[in-house]
Design a binder for this molecule. Structure first.
Ligand code: SAH
Length: 263
């Protein structure tokens, strides 16, 4: 540096907020309600994505939309950690119900994830992530407990307008893969094959296991909550977008607000 060069600002603007929680969603519709709540929003564009910084319920947050699928989710997660220095990641979105009793309008809080489309057999057992020696990546216990509480409180809130009065909160295994599961037969086979390998899954989506694996590698706590948008059967595609906008984005906003209040 030349002697005439101005000395660096001691507090240069940074993309790395102090202690930030990332709220990650797969679809823009899932995130809409959250951006509206953001205080002093600031948008940073990176790797073809928008990252929204701001304060929500008195906490520093970074909101991001990953896009659909495991690769998109892994890229976004790595960016949140490397570039934006987030200390914890929470995923909110929608999923297809697999287990009996996991119905449209229910909420599933993930305790662990498996990639249902990962198969390096016979070199490694089916579903096992090579060089990690395991198939399941667990969610962070403390964050998961808060998400559970926030989800239960949200559903317990009496509201005449609630579209699913019998909605329940479930906790358990969620499976992810690069496929929108939209057939009754496909979904039954998926469920049975996983169960035979000891993985009884509650719900299927397309991102969570990727986020969990990246967070595991970086030692960043991760938890996830999904509203059930469909039963992964022949009518899974019907009204999907409408459901996300009308129900899931409202659920996500309500759960995230409560979660940040509990944090
Ligand atoms: N109609 C949407 C596509 C959604 S893909 C569009 O046009 O953009 C499905 C998204 O919801 C994924 O992010 C996935 O995580 C989740 N999801 C909901 N139901 C699912 C199912 N039955 N199978 C797989 N993913 C599902």
């Amino acid at each position: 540096m030349s002697p005439t060069h101005p000395s660096p600002d001691p507090t240069p603007p940074t993309d790395k907020p102090h202690v930030a929680t990332a709220i990650l969603s797969a679809l823009a519709e899932e995130q809409h309600g959250l951006i509206e709540l953001l205080h002093q929003p600031r948008k940073v564009r990176h790797a073809g994505r928008d990252f929204w910084h701001g304060a929500l319920h008195g906490q520093l947050v970074v909101l991001a939309v990953s896009g659909i699928g495991k690769v998109a989710a892994a890229t976004t997660t790595a960016a949140l950690i490397e570039r934006f220095g987030v200390q914890r990641i929470v995923f909110t979105g929608v999923a297809g119900g697999l287990a009996e009793g996991v119905q449209v309008g229910d909420v599933v809080v993930a305790s662990a994830f498996v990639q249902h489309d990962l198969d390096v057999s016979p070199i490694f057992p089916r579903y096992q992530v090579p060089h990690h020696g395991k198939s399941r990546f667990a969610s962070d216990d403390a964050l998961t407990a808060l998400l559970l509480q926030a989800s239960r409180d949200m559903l317990a809130q009496a509201s005449e307008a609630r579209p699913f009065p019998r909605a329940r909160v479930h906790q358990g295994l969620v499976v992810s893969g690069d496929r929108f599961v939209s057939g009754a037969e496909e979904s039954a086979t998926l469920r049975a094959t996983l169960e035979a390998a000891g993985h009884a899954a509650l719900a299927v989506e397309m991102e969570g296991a990727a986020v969990a694996q990246v967070c595991h590698d970086y030692h960043v706590p991760f938890a996830s909550v999904r509203t059930i948008s469909d039963r992964a059967d022949d009518s899974a595609h019907v009204d999907f977008t409408r459901f996300v906008e009308a129900v899931a984005s409202r659920y996500a906003r309500n759960i995230v607000e409560r979660f940040l209040g509990l944090l």
